[in-house]
Design a protein. Structure first.
Length: 73
């Protein structure tokens, strides 16, 4: 077993956020998902139903970005 460290490794915090608009149409809820990576490692991720009712997919996307930005901070 050996440990390898490269100076060329990508050391950036990168975040991804997405939403499934009206993922649960019976309750009117959308699904929020986000993922943060640092280098090639997953640092944080979450997938959950949104707690607020939304009237459009744009509104759902804004809430997903808001939740992801709170996690990033």
């Amino acid at each position: 077993m050996s440990l390898f460290y490269s100076n060329n490794a990508n050391h950036e915090l990168i975040g991804f956020a997405d939403v499934g608009f009206l993922f649960d149409p019976h309750k009117g809820r959308s699904q929020t998902s986000y993922l943060f990576t640092y280098g090639n490692n997953v640092m944080s991720w979450r997938s959950t139903k949104q707690t607020l009712l939304v009237i459009s997919s744009n509104h759902a996307e804004i809430l997903a970005i808001l939740e992801a930005s709170h996690e990033c901070v």
